[in-house]
Write a new protein. Structure first.
Length: 257
């Protein structure tokens, strides 16, 4: 299929970056039939990353499967913030890990880091295991902290928790490629968007090492409530904000005793 014709089909389907997407699809397709199959899926609304079978995040290419949460580029603020807290030999825990993107990026370049990841979605866990196969990592399937080895308690230096924080009533306003094609559990944060964070914050101090930190994202309207949750759990909160992307990373530190 000529590039111009492919761009026209994608643009007609509402793809804003039609030229760039056409380049990706042409590069990924093994033959004309494969290209047509991919184009049909994309035109029907499937996320480009699901169609291609991979996603790029913070300079890393990740395997991704249908239904698995696509890591957002705005979340690179969380990984950049976390990397300022990591040291050689640290223990990093990535809860709600999805593809394993956050843990992989945060641990990259540090020596002797123990990386643990966990997710409740079997498809996400399968992706994370593939993406983390090249590093020393342990990937568990289950609800938040439940599947983790008890010996990890009190030893986590950096806890990444990119929990779902979209209020249930607002999911209907998300773009269709997120709302329809990603697992509901990866999006729905409950009535105020903070249900999962409440559970994480309540348990986090028991898993963090002295001076350890929990990092998560929150919407601007959720910041005061998120800070209150962390304070109630015994964590000292602060917010790191990127005005350009309107991204807020909330950091809760456990006092170093």
């Amino acid at each position: 299929m000529p590039h111009a014709a492919l761009v026209s089909r994608l643009r007609a389907a509402g793809c804003v970056f039609a030229e760039e997407e056409a380049d990706h699809l042409l590069a990924a397709a093994t033959d004309a039939a494969a290209l047509e199959s991919m184009v049909v899926r994309r035109v029907a609304g499937a996320p480009l990353e699901h169609v291609l079978g991979h996603a790029d995040f913070a300079g890393v290419r990740l395997v991704i499967a249908d239904g698995v949460f696509v890591p957002r580029h705005r979340t690179e603020l969380l990984t950049a913030t976390a990397r300022t807290l990591v040291r050689d030999g640290a223990t990093v825990l990535d809860l709600c890990c999805g593809t394993g993107a956050l843990g992989l990026v945060v641990a990259r370049g540090f020596a002797g880091v123990r990386l643990i990841a966990s997710d409740i979605d079997p498809a996400a866990v399968a992706c994370a295991r593939r993406n983390l196969a090249g590093v020393i990592a342990e990937v568990f399937e289950g609800d938040l902290f439940a599947p983790l080895p008890t010996g990890l308690r009190g030893r986590v230096d950096v806890l990444l928790a990119n929990v779902p924080y979209v209020p249930t009533a607002e999911i209907t306003f998300l773009p269709e490629e997120f709302r329809v094609h990603e697992a509901r559990a990866a999006l729905d944060g409950g009535a105020d968007g903070l249900d999962v964070l409440r559970r994480v914050a309540a348990q986090a101090p028991g898993w963090l090492a002295p001076g350890g930190a929990l990092l998560t994202e929150a919407g601007a309207a959720q910041l005061d409530a998120a800070h209150a949750l962390l304070l109630a759990a015994g964590l000292q909160p602060q917010t790191v904000t990127d005005e350009e992307t309107e991204t807020n990373v909330v950091v809760g530190r456990l006092r170093d005793v």
